[in-house]
Ligand binder design. Structure first.
Ligand code: HEC
Ligand code: HEC
Length: 310
């Protein structure tokens, strides 16, 4: 970015130099002594100067056909995409596209959006069964602008977690992850499958999931189940017959709720049959590993999870 700022400054200096030599040529020589003439020269001089200042100010917006980076260093060709990205994508993909609850778009190899065509399809129709919603209001041209901006961000550098992936795999094996997650066909599906997790979540989100699991539950973008519906929400149910069930909400509508318990047994209840239904927001069935793993082990585990699917 510093290089671009410097080249912009160099361009500006060239322009100023060109303008100064223009003044030197255009203003008549100082030999005249007539005061009216001197007065006229001064007016002429200031008029030329004002024109130059205004012209330069307009030029800051960029000359067509010339890639003059704006103050942020973003080339003009990507500015329209930047505005759209900030309006519709940053809440899941982060300000610089390195990801939040959505994946980093600065992975060396993207899984779905491999070129402009597949990118446009992913953005407009979404990825069904995942947290990536469709953006039906965007056009192909909007997507081309977004693609230009994301390509620019990708050129700034890729997102690579610092941890050691092989050491992270050992941390995964020795921890109790397998009792609740499936990884490459092994384990129990109480929580979400982790085999491809790096393609759908960012390193910062993965770190948070291990340290503070209740902070952000995965959200549904399925229009049938409800947009923004918290998945894996812990619930405590007591039926009118006195039966108690603690588990995760799988689905819910106005009259019924479906729940699974820690042994992966599924239950469906009519809400009329319940004595109480408590939804425990901002908590997770997953324990925090903040005090059971060291910072280094957490970083290695993040690197291992992030690598899965990349
Ligand atoms: C509600 C959160 C959310 C929003 C808003 C969102 N995304 Fe996504 N996006 C996701 C998730 C989650 C995935 C990963 C899906 C998966 O599991 O494969 C994803 C995947 C993608 C992919 C595919 C990445 C790959 O590996 O190929 C692209 C490209 C993408 N999003 C671009 C965008 C753009 C551009 C916008 C704004 C117009 C946007 N997204 C808005 C959550 C979101
Ligand atoms: C007692 C069951 C349990 C154990 C043990 C457990 N998890 Fe989880 N995990 C869950 C549940 C339930 C969720 C979904 C709710 C949430 O995100 O907090 C989850 C969510 C996650 C997520 C976020 C997934 C997403 O897409 O949002 C990651 C990453 C994760 N777990 C990794 C691990 C790792 C790594 C271990 C072992 C160190 C582990 N979990 C141990 C139950 C568990």
């Amino acid at each position: 970015m510093a290089i671009e700022e410097t080249s912009y400054a160099a361009l500006w200096r060239t322009r100023v130099r060109r303008n100064i030599s223009f003044i030197a040529v255009a203003v008549p020589g100082p030999k005249e002594t007539n005061t009216l003439h001197i007065f006229m020269h001064k007016i002429f001089f200031f008029a030329v100067l004002a024109t130059i200042v205004i012209a330069n100010a307009c030029n800051q917006e960029g000359t067509p056909g010339m890639q003059v980076p704006g103050k942020s260093g973003v080339p003009d060709s990507a500015l329209a995409g930047k505005t759209m990205f900030e309006a519709s994508c940053v809440r899941c993909h982060g300000m610089d596209a390195s990801g939040l609850s959505g994946p980093s778009l600065k992975r060396p190899k993207l899984s779905h959006a491999t070129d402009l065509e597949s990118f446009t399809k992913v953005v407009i129709t979404g990825i069904s069964g995942t947290g990536m919603p469709g953006h039906w209001d965007l056009t192909d041209t909007d997507c081309a602008h977004l693609y230009a901006y994301i390509s620019y961000l990708r050129k700034q550098g890729m997102e690579t977690p610092a941890g050691d992936t092989a050491a992270g795999r050992l941390v995964y094996n020795k921890s109790i992850c397998i009792s609740c997650h499936v990884y490459n066909g092994e384990g129990t599906s109480i929580g979400p499958e982790l085999s491809n997790i790096g393609a759908s979540r960012s390193p910062s989100y993965l770190r948070q999931a291990l340290i503070d699991p209740g902070a952000a539950l995965p959200e549904s973008t399925d229009l049938v189940n409800g947009y923004g519906f918290s998945l894996y929400l812990p619930v405590k149910i007591v039926t009118k017959e006195g039966k108690e069930i603690t588990g995760l909400r799988v689905n819910e509508d106005t009259y019924t709720i479906q729940v699974k318990d820690l042994s992966n047994n599924y239950y469906s209840f009519d809400k009329d049959d319940l004595a109480s239904l408590e939804k425990v927001y901002h908590t997770s069935l997953m324990p925090s590993f903040k005090n059971t793993l060291t910072d280094e082990e957490i970083e290695n585990l993040v690197a291992f999870l992030y690598k899965s699917g990349n």
